[in-house]
Design a binder for this molecule. Structure first.
Ligand SMILES: Cc1cc2nc3c(=O)[nH]c(=O)nc-3n(C[C@H](O)[C@H](O)[C@H](O)COP(=O)(O)O)c2cc1C
Ligand SMILES: C=C(O[C@@H]1CC(C(=O)O)=C[C@@H](OP(=O)(O)O)[C@H]1O)C(=O)O
Length: 388
């Protein structure tokens, strides 16, 4: 399976084209809209999210509620575009108007300057419109389709917030999957730890009041994954590395951890590795899950636990020093609107990005022209490893 996205933040629409989905997967737009609505929410977002009402239109590849096996194309309209038709329209405008509207002041921490240098854009709007995390709506749409495939084969996935700025949530791995999903969806900051919810919101309020921004840590938890997805035989087939690359591709994500992650540096082998046990009913299993469900680039059959760290949003109300690319004079960047913290929203993005990588690995590994074929193959695989 593969997908492409297209679209600018204030352009007409976002487009996602997915190729390689098995036929006969039940898919209706409500499945995708549910994910899009979740991504839009979360405490700390700016005014833009009040303008947009992300709803998808399925443009091809689905008939009477089922996929055909042909490419599925999805469209999300940008409601804000009507306010930006002259700035973002495709028709040429006169040179003086163009120059007047040029953005020449790069924001530290955003793609503005590097993109301008690389693509030779004197108007940095040509960079920031595409580098905006608006694009993550298109990726969540693809991930929502991936989640449907995972569900068909008994895999459930949820993303939630582990930390906002210096406020850390306690581990809630003991909760059932259904409770994790429920709590994450009910919480304004998408945290499973109710005790820390208010402190997280306070941290966001304080950052906003100070004209500043904050980041945090997101965790994605996956249950029902069979052992043996991915491969040890070649570097680019290691599933943990594919997930890691994909997580860091999310705007503002700067690091990834599986299980205890960086904490392993402080531990001995005996405190790190997950001892192996066997049970007639469930087959091989681990006494702990410190490594977060991966060994040798393959799933162990234990839940996947992966974290991503998001840096603070780069656009600040409090000015940062930068240089105007026309005048070469220093200036202090200041803006009209931005999110102060997008970690809760990003937890939904990361969930869908991990879902995509897992579904993709499954479709690569098992015969899957139709969804029934895939289900049969996975069941055979589960049975084989149970009896191994
Ligand atoms: C859901 C989400 C919302 C974001 N909102 C903003 C925002 O309002 N303002 C901003 O400057 N950056 C925002 N970002 C982060 C920037 O898009 C990101 O920092 C930028 O593209 C540069 O890429 P890099 O940080 O990965 O290097 C957001 C990121 C995510 C995931
Ligand atoms: C539009 C979304 O997020 C945007 C991501 C973003 C950025 O620079 O990444 C900047 C802001 O956009 P604007 O230019 O309208 O102020 C956010 O609102 C979205 O998530 O749908």
């Amino acid at each position: 399976m593969r997908y492409l996205t297209a679209g600018e933040s204030h352009g007409k629409q976002l487009t996602t084209i997915i190729e390689g989905i098995p036929s006969k997967l039940n898919l209706v737009k409500e499945d995708i809209n549910h994910s899009l609505i979740r991504r839009q929410g979360g405490y700390g977002r700016g005014r833009r999210m009040k303008i947009e009402k992300d709803l998808v239109e399925i443009m091809s590849g689905v008939r009477h509620g089922y996929t055909l096996g042909s490419p599925v194309s999805l469209v999300i309209t940008n409601d804000d575009f009507i306010h930006w038709t002259d700035i973002m329209g495709e028709v040429p405008i006169d040179e003086s108007a163009k120059v007047r509207r040029q953005i020449t002041k790069p924001r530290p921490g955003h793609a503005d300057l590097n993109g301008a240098l690389k693509y030779d854009h004197r108007d940095m709007r040509n960079v920031l419109e595409r580098s905006s995390a608006r694009e993550t709506a298109a990726r969540v749409a693809a991930g929502a389709v991936a989640k449907k495939i995972l569900k068909e084969v008994g895999i459930e996935i949820i993303g939630y917030v582990k930390q906002i700025y210096q406020v850390q949530a306690e581990d809630q791995h003991h909760l059932s999957m259904q409770d994790k999903i429920k709590r994450s969806n009910e919480s304004p900051v998408r945290s499973l730890d109710k005790k820390q919810e208010q402190s997280m919101m306070d941290a966001i309020d304080q950052a906003k009041k100070d004209g500043d921004s904050i980041g945090g840590v997101v965790e994605v938890y996956v249950e029902g994954v069979p052992a043996g997805l991915g491969s040890h035989v070649h570097f680019d087939r290691k599933l943990d590395s594919r997930i890691a690359g994909s997580v860091v591709s999310i705007n503002a994500f700067k690091g990834v951890e599986f299980g205890i992650g960086f904490e392993a540096a402080n531990k001995r082998g005996s405190e790190t590795h997950d001892e192996i046990a066997y049970d007639n009913e469930k087959g091989y299993y681990r006494l702990t899950n410190r490594l977060g469900g991966f060994e040798g680039g393959m799933t162990t059959g234990m839940p996947i636990v992966v974290k991503g760290v998001m840096k603070p949003i780069p656009t600040l109300y409090k000015p940062l020093n930068s240089v105007d690319i026309d005048t070469k004079e220093p200036f202090q960047a200041s803006i009209e609107r931005s999110d102060s913290c997008a970690v809760p929203a990003a937890s939904v993005v990361m969930e869908h990005i991990v879902a995509w990588e897992l579904a993709n690995a499954i479709l690569e590994q098992f015969t899957s022209d139709t969804i029934d074929q895939l289900k049969e193959e996975i069941e055979k695989h589960r049975e084989r490893i149970r009896q191994f």
